[in-house]
Design a protein around this ligand. Structure first.
Ligand SMILES: C[S@@+](CC[C@H](N)C(=O)[O-])C[C@H]1O[C@@H](n2cnc3c(N)ncnc32)[C@H](O)[C@@H]1O
Length: 650
C-alpha cells in the first residue's frame, strides 16, 4: 500500500497544521502551483512535501508566495476601466456634495496598482475639488509582501508603460528607484491584510472591486465571497469584477450595469421589486344598496373573467355537486375538448373524464383530504394522436366551517416545460462548464503572465550576470596583459640575474685568492679555483662539507669556525690577520677576510671567507697603500710543480 497522500489531504493537513489555509482554492490551479514548488525543491510526493512544510518554518510562506499569483497592472483591461468611468461612476458620484464621503473596497489588491488606478480615476473625476470629498479606498490582500510593496507606492518605469503619459506625469514623481505615486493619491488608499474568505469584510462601501481573485476559488467559495462583497456594499452600490468572472446572471442580489465588463449594481432593496398596486376605480353611481351589491358582484365577475382569461394554466371551477361553474378557454385547449362550453355540466359527464380517466378517483381522493389540501398528479391525455403531459392540481374549496363548497381544477401542460427545463438545465450546465473553462483559462493566463514576468526577471538577472562576467573577463584580460608584461620583465631580470650570477661566480672563481662561502648551517657552498689550487682539494670534495672539516690546520680551522659564527650573529665584517696556514710547499701567511652575505629580503645567507695575502710590515709612506701598510699583491704559490710551471708561463 502506497503511503502517498492526495492533494485534498495535503490541503486539509496544511490548514490544520502550520501551513497556509488553501481550502476553497480551485484544485486544478492549486495542484499546478504546489507541484511547481515541489519541483523547485526536488520533492516528488505530497507526503514528503508536507514533511518539508512541517520542518522548515519558512516553507509555509514560500508555498503561499507560489500559490498566490500577483499579476496586476495599472488600469488593467483599460476598456473595463473606461466602462467603470462612463457607466458606474456617474451613478455613484452624481449625488455627492462637497464634504461627503466615498468609500471603496479593493479586495485582492496585490501590489497596489488597482487601488491607485481607482484613486487616479476619482482624482480625475473630482478635479481641483478632490480635497472637498472624503475619499477612502480600502485595499486588502493576504500577501504581506505585496502589501508592503504597495504601501511604498514606488514602481519601476516598465510597470507604468501602458499608462497614459499625461496621467503618469500628473500623478507620479521620479526618484532613483523608479516612479513614486503622488502624496495626494497615496492619501486616499489604506492598505491592510485581510483574507477575503475568512476575515470580516469592509462595510458601507459605494464601490467594491474584486478583480481576478474569484477565478482562483471553487464554486462554493465564490458564492461565499460574492455574499461578502454584497454585504460590503450599500444598496445601489457597484461591484466591479474581472472580465472572466461570474456573470451573476442568477443573482437576486445584483443587477448588471455592464455584463461584458462585469459591472453590477446591488439592488436598492433586497425585496423583489413589487408591482405598484393600482386602485380599481369603479365608475358607477349606485342608487340603492342592492344596486351597489349588484355592481360589486358584476365587477367581481369581470375580474374573475379577466383573471381566468389572463392566466395561461387551465382553470375549471366546480360547485359542491361537481357541476362546472366556470372555466377558461385554456381548459378547453389543454384538454383538447370539442364542446365549446363545459359550464353547467357535471364533470363526470364531460369529455375530460375520457381524456383523463383517473379524474373521478382523484376527485374523490381530494375531497377526502383534510382541510382542503390540494392534490396534485400528472396525466398523459392523448388527443389527435398527440400525447401531452399535464400537471393537475385539484383544490377543494371549503367554507370556514370546513364544508366543501366546490372544487378548483388547475391544469398546466408541462410537455414543453419539461423539455424546456431540461434544455435550460443543459444550458446552465454548459454555461457553468464554459464559465469554469473560462476561469481556468484566465488563471492559466495569469500564471503564464507571472511565469513570463519571472522569466523576464531571470533574463535580466542573466543579462546582468553576463555583463558582470564580461567586465570580469575584461579585467582578467587586462590583468593577463599586465602579468605578461611582468613576466617579460621578470624574464629579462632573470636573464640579467643569471648573467650577474655567472659573472659573480666567474669573478669568485677567477679571484687569485682562495674564496670559500659558508652557509647558515656552516656547510661549505663555494670553493673557488684558487682554493683548490692552494689547498690541493677539489670543489667536489669540499662543497656540502662542514666548515669544521676544512682541510687546514685545526687551530686555524677552529678560529675560522668561531669567526664565521660571529660574522653570522653580528652581521659584521672582520679580518684575521697573519694566519699561518700550511700549504703543500710549506707554510704561508694569509689575512682571512670574513664578510657576511645577506639575502635580498635582509636575512643572512652565509659568510664569505677570503684568504688574502698577509699584509707586509708597514713600509714608508711612499711605497705604502692608503692605510700606510705595504700591500701584498702576489697570489699564493701553487701547491704542485705542474701548477707552479703553469703559473710561470702565464
Ligand atoms: C491575480 S491578482 C489580482 C490583482 C488585481 N485585483 C488585478 O486584477 O490586477 C490576485 C490577488 O488576489 C490575492 N488573493 C488570493 N487569495 C486571497 C484571499 N484569500 N484573500 C485576499 N486576497 C487574496 C493574491 O494575493 C493576489 O494579490
Amino acid at each position: 500500500m502506497s503511503d502517498e497522500i492526495t492533494l485534498q489531504q495535503l490541503v486539509e493537513d496544511l490548514a490544520g497544521d502550520h501551513g497556509p489555509d488553501l481550502r476553497g482554492y480551485k484544485h486544478t490551479t492549486l495542484e499546478r502551483r504546489i507541484r511547481k514548488r515541489m519541483f523547485q525543491l526536488g520533492i516528488g510526493s505530497f507526503r514528503d512535501y508536507l514533511e518539508r512544510v512541517r520542518q522548515q518554518p519558512h516553507e509555509p510562506i514560500e508555498l503561499l508566495n507560489t500559490v498566490l499569483i500577483n499579476v496586476t497592472e495599472f488600469f488593467r483591461e483599460p476598456q473595463a476601466w473606461e466602462a467603470l468611468r462612463a457607466e458606474a461612476l456617474p451613478v455613484l458620484l452624481q449625488a455627492l456634495r462637497p464634504g461627503d464621503g466615498f468609500r471603496a473596497w479593493c479586495a485582492g489588491c496585490s501590489s497596489g496598482e488597482e487601488p491607485y488606478s481607482l484613486a487616479i480615476l476619482l482624482a480625475e473625476h473630482f478635479g481641483s475639488s478632490a480635497n472637498e470629498y472624503d475619499v477612502k479606498i480600502y485595499a486588502t490582500d493576504v500577501d504581506e509582501d505585496a502589501l508592503n510593496f504597495a504601501r511604498r507606492g514606488e514602481y519601476p518605469m516598465e510597470r507604468l508603460r501602458r499608462m497614459r503619459p499625461e496621467l503618469r506625469e500628473k500623478y507620479f514623481t521620479s526618484n532613483s528607484s523608479g516612479l513614486r505615486i503622488s502624496r495626494e493619491i497615496r492619501r486616499m488608499v489604506i492598505f491592510g491584510r485581510s483574507n477575503i474568505v475568512s476575515d470580516a469584510p469592509i462595510s458601507h462601501c459605494q464601490l467594491v472591486m474584486c478583480r481576478n481573485v474569484l477565478i482562483y476559488f471553487d464554486t462554493h467559495s465564490q458564492k461565499q465571497i460574492i455574499a461578502r462583497l454584497h454585504y460590503a456594499l450599500d444598496p445601489g452600490g457597484v461591484l466591479f469584477l474581472g472580465k472572466a468572472e461570474s456573470r451573476l446572471t442568477e443573482s437576486r442580489l445584483f443587477r448588471p450595469l455592464d455584463s461584458r465588463w462585469r459591472i453590477f449594481q446591488r439592488h436598492r432593496s433586497d425585496q423583489p421589486e413589487s408591482h405598484v398596486e393600482r386602485e380599481v376605480i369603479v365608475n358607477t353611481n349606485p342608487t340603492s344598496p342592492e344596486d351597489k351589491l349588484q355592481q360589486e358582484l358584476a365587477v367581481t365577475r369581470l375580474y374573475q373573467r379577466a383573471i381566468l382569461e389572463t392566466i395561461r394554466p387551465a382553470i375549471i371551477a366546480l360547485d359542491a355537486n361537481d357541476i362546472v361553474v366556470t372555466h377558461n378557454d385554456a381548459a378547453l385547449a389543454i384538454w383538447k375538448l370539442s364542446a365549446p362550453k363545459l359550464t353547467g355540466k357535471r364533470l363526470q359527464n364531460t369529455e375530460l373524464v375520457l381524456r383523463c380517466p383517473e379524474f373521478p378517483a382523484r376527485m374523490l381522493e381530494a375531497s377526502r383530504g383534510a382541510g382542503g389540501a390540494p392534490l396534485t398528479f400528472e396525466c398523459n391525455p392523448k388527443a389527435n394522436g398527440e400525447e401531452h403531459q399535464i400537471a393537475v392540481t385539484i383544490r377543494p374549496v371549503v367554507t370556514e366551517s370546513g364544508q366543501r363548497a366546490g372544487t378548483l381544477i388547475y391544469a398546466e401542460d408541462i410537455t414543453d416545460r419539461d423539455k424546456l427545463q431540461s434544455t435550460i438545465e443543459q444550458l446552465e450546465a454548459t454555461g457553468e462548464e464554459l464559465q469554469s473553462a473560462n476561469e481556468e483559462l484566465e488563471t492559466t493566463n495569469e500564471e503564464l503572465q507571472s511565469t513570463n514576468e519571472e522569466l523576464e526577471t531571470t533574463n535580466e538577472e542573466l543579462q546582468s550576470t553576463n555583463e558582470e562576467l564580461e567586465t570580469t573577463n575584461e579585467e582578467l584580460q587586462s590583468l593577463n596583459e599586465e602579468l605578461e608584461n611582468m613576466n617579460e620583465e621578470l624574464e629579462e631580470r632573470t636573464t640579467e640575474l643569471n648573467q650577474l650570477n655567472s659573472r659573480y661566480a666567474e669573478t669568485l672563481q677567477s679571484m687569485p685568492w682562495p674564496v670559500v662561502m659558508v652557509d647558515l648551517q656552516e656547510k661549505i657552498q663555494l670553493w673557488n679555483a684558487a682554493a683548490q689550487r692552494v689547498f690541493g682539494v677539489g670543489a667536489t670534495s669540499v662543497v656540502g662539507v662542514d666548515v669544521d672539516h676544512l682541510p687546514i690546520d685545526s687551530e686555524v680551522r677552529k678560529t675560522i669556525v668561531r669567526r664565521c659564527r660571529l660574522a653570522m650573529d653580528k652581521g659584521k665584517t672582520s679580518i684575521l690577520r697573519e694566519q699561518r696556514v700550511r700549504i703543500d710547499y710549506g707554510m704561508d701567511a694569509f689575512d682571512l677576510h670574513f664578510t657576511p652575505v645577506s639575502r635580498s629580503d635582509g636575512g643572512m645567507e652565509g659568510v664569505l671567507i677570503m684568504f688574502g695575502p698577509a699584509e707586509a710590515p708597514r713600509p714608508a709612506r711612499s711605497a705604502a697603500g692608503s692605510d700606510g701598510k705595504a700591500e701584498r699583491t702576489q697570489a699564493p704559490k701553487p701547491r704542485n710543480p705542474a701548477e707552479k710551471k703553469n703559473r710561470q708561463t702565464q
